[in-house]
Design a protein around this ligand. Structure first.
Ligand SMILES: Cc1ncc(COP(=O)(O)O)c(C=O)c1O
Length: 386
């Protein structure tokens, strides 16, 4: 059998990972500034994470939501406390796209409306409804283009015009736009959005699948602004690589039996992975670490003359150049042994390292990036005969 060809793959076969490092089959070490796409929040194979999962496997790995699951309750307590959303409710599922599907469905049930507002350059996942609010035609089949979605600039006047008919159930926005190339909404945009949603009877859904769980230097990226969304979607860093997603739901929204469901969602093993992740985030003060190391890293990157712009917060960083970054990223991987992420904007390197990244590792990355830039520039000079 062959793998269905939907992923362009790097020429890299991993056999081991630890902390912020990954190792290929020859034993060569790579610094991981990509985190498997913002998934590895507490570092690879963290001993506490491994221990908790092994112990849970020995006790009970899975049972459905038909029974009381004490690990789920521990997770609710811990997430409520760390996120500041103790009063909210939690629905558990298995991926980011599934979290988006559920958030939108819950918004529609609650408001009894069926129109959606999303933003230009957004990415919310690969299932059909998640694609309907994703601003990229390449990813959408004919089945995924719904006429009840409007894509807007991040402009409050445009949003108000779209909401005026009072037929929109949800306005959906990423805490920080990730795949687009790391774009943060302006400071007063989210509070303005919430006010408009309240005025016209829509719910504000913030997608924190990539930007949440401490990545931006706050637990949620929207907490950089003074706003409380009605629904918050989470996944990726939530369980450090164990497949899991969730929706945090305002207490004003009431659930009813059958409103949603998932066979695997919130099972014992997934919950313990999520719980161990939060325990490590709390014990090792990783939100604070992301804030501190991220701020230093952003400053050091801004000082590199070839860098056009650095955007983001905490350890969710976009480094933009005046030219496509493909060759720099390839050199970083092959010669400097550093993995980085790409973005829809071809001129942007996306950095999404584990939140355990140290100041030394961040400084090492900056040195390696400078070497790669030099190498690419000298190769280009040779090519054009300078
Ligand atoms: C902001 C955002 N929303 C949703 C998703 C979809 O998550 P998943 O791939 O777990 O379905 C992603 C994944 O990259 C994302 O970055």
């Amino acid at each position: 059998m062959k793998l269905f060809k939907v992923y362009p793959q790097l020429d890299l076969e991993l056999t081991k990972a630890q902390g912020c490092y990954i190792y290929d089959r020859s034993g060569a070490q790579y610094l991981d500034l990509y985190g498997g796409h913002a998934v590895i929040s507490v570092g690879h194979t963290h001993p506490h994470y491994v221990k908790r999962i092994k112990e849970q496997l020995d006790a009970i790995a899975y049972y459905s939501n038909a029974v009381i699951n004490p690990v789920q309750h521990s997770l609710l307590d811990k997430l409520g406390k760390i996120s500041g959303y103790d009063a909210y409710q939690l629905f558990l599922c298995n991926s980011g796209a599934e979290a988006i599907e559920n958030a939108l469905k819950i918004a529609s049930f609650h408001t009894q409306k069926d129109k959606l507002v999303a933003f230009n350059k957004s990415f919310h996942g690969r299932t059909s409804r998640a694609l309907s609010v994703t601003d990229n035609d390449k990813y959408r089949s004919r089945l995924d283009k719904y006429s009840n979605v409007q894509f807007l600039e991040m402009n409050l006047n445009a949003v108000e015009s779209a909401l005026k008919n009072q037929d929109v159930c949800a306005v959906l926005i990423e805490g920080i736009q990730g795949l687009a190339g790391i774009y943060m909404p302006e400071a007063d945009f989210l509070p303005g959005l919430k006010q408009l949603c309240e005025k016209y009877g829509a719910l504000l859904v913030v997608d924190e699948i990539q930007s949440g769980y401490g990545r931006s230097g706050k637990f949620f990226a929207h907490q950089h602004a003074d706003v409380q969304p009605d629904l918050i979607t989470v996944a990726k860093g939530m369980a450090n690589g164990f497949p899991m997603g969730g929706v945090l739901i305002s207490p004003k929204i009431e659930g009813w039996f059958g409103m949603s469901g998932s066979t695997f969602g919130g099972n014992h093993l997934a919950c313990v992975a999520a719980l161990a992740t939060l325990e490590i985030i709390e014990n090792e003060k990783l939100v604070e670490n992301a804030q501190k190391v991220g701020a230093e890293l952003i400053e050091a990157l801004r000082a590199i003359p070839e860098v056009k712009e650095v955007r983001g917060a905490g350890l969710m960083i976009g480094v933009e150049f005046d030219f496509p970054v493909k060759d720099i990223r390839e050199n970083l991987m092959k010669e400097q042994h550093v993995l980085t992420g790409m973005a829809a904007n071809p001129n942007v390197i996306r950095l999404l390292p584990p939140l355990t990244l140290t100041q030394e590792q961040a400084a090492l990355f900056v040195e390696k990036l400078k070497l790669s830039i030099q190498k690419i520039s000298s190769d280009a000079a040779v090519l054009i005969g300078k």
